[in-house]
Design a protein around this ligand. Sequence first.
Ligand code: KG4
Ligand code: ZN
Length: 337
Amino acid sequence: MRVLGIETSCDETGIAVYDTTAGLLSHSLYSQIKLHADYGGVVPELASRDHVRKIVPLIRETIAEAGLVSSDIDGIAYTRGPGLVGALLVGASVGKSLAYAWNIPSIGIHHMEGHLLAPMLEDDRPEFPFVALLVSGGHTLLVDVQGIGQYTVLGESIDDAAGEAFDKTAKLMGLDYPGGPLLAKLADHGEPGHYQFPRPMTDRPGLDFSFSGLKTFAANTIRASDNQDQTRANIAFAFQEAVVDTLVIKSKRALKQTGRKRLVVAGGVSANHYLRTQLSEVMRSLRGQVYYPSLAFCTDNGAMIAYAGAQRLNAGQKSDYDCRAKPRWPLEELPAL
Ligand code: KG4
Ligand code: ZN
């Protein structure tokens, strides 16, 4: 079965074709970063309009790149939520319209399920069950995954997501949007031991996160500093170390609580090099395995939506044409496969 995947939940138009036998056939991404950079964050109305401009040419291009024509597509998966409602509506409307025109089934996919299953696009893929640490710009979640659609949320952020904390702190440091990767780059030049940031909510039981205090701590630290290049790098290092340490502590706790030996890390922040090295080290010491998507599939992309959709459509699930975009959508509401 060949499935066209459409991702438009935020500021990236992601399109892909996934074949349940041959794997990923093609994928393309149009990022709106330049469009939003002047505003220091995503402007929802501009995002929706740009998706409208880019989506159809990108679909044409991606199907052609797979060496296919439209009649070769057997199903369509689009991101139904969570995300920006206007942006979601573009992908959902185009996905449903094409499915109607081509007389094939379509399905609305949960964006975080897409992230969670992204490591399945790799050769070395995790077996179920596993614990997933999902760290994106909008969500931070620890999930016990028994199978596709069998999700128990173990903990989540009660305020800012990990990626959001990176972006907001980067903005405070005068870095461009989205600042997460730039802050990580700055941290590469930092030296350990100069600043000690708190590890929020690690001193009490539970698996929830809170990252908004780190941003305030960073703001105060920057204000009290000499703002020299090396100092800025040291502050970036200490901030990243605190976020990563907190994620590592909670992931270990989740593995202990569930007795799982496999950890999947996905979402934009899973591209973070320091997070990867720290988690790999921990998993080695626990004699467990850690799985990541390749860098291209850590941040938003169409391939993860095509993959998730292919699994569900292949099992006979589909959505009706009146399926509505869901800007808020608890992961635990999803049906099992
Ligand atoms: O998953 P994603 O593309 O979009 C959402 O679903 O939110 O995640 C984007 C987030 C942004 O906050 C971005 O700054 C962050 O992931 N990010 C990073 C890195 N690469 C992307 N944060 C820290 N280090 C990175 N290398
Ligand atoms: Zn995402």
